[in-house]
Design a protein around this ligand. Sequence first.
Ligand SMILES: [Zn+2]
Length: 149
Amino acid sequence: MIEPFDDAYYMKKALQEAEAAYEKGEVPIGAVIVIQGRVIARAHNLTEQLNDVTAHAEMQAITAAANFLGGKYLQNCTLYATLEPCQMCAGALYWSQISKIVYAAKDPQRGCGVMGTKLHPKTEMVGGLMENEASDLLKRFFNERRKNK
Ligand SMILES: [Zn+2]
């Protein structure tokens, strides 16, 4: 099957979500979920607004995609996230049986890789796509937050 757009196209959408989080004073992380070339969920981190540590972009994207599909499994779906998923999100993605995860920046402290979180055997994961854009936004956010303290 020919995809109408490439991975970078969808990662840009995830980055737009991260920028929306940035504007709200949230840690700027965004995610979108795509099936057969179609974006079915877009979300960004809302842990401050919702006062909820589970309000990561990926968690909300999983819920929105399942609602859209009318089923809990995300087979044939790809998640694009601007940061490597943490162990909570990787755990949720495990249960979703999602086909593919593409992330931008690596999280060397709290990413699922360093935490040793297992993905579902059906899930393929690739990282590093547009990682400079994603990590620049995060750096800008944390630099500003430090200045304002
Ligand atoms: Zn997470």
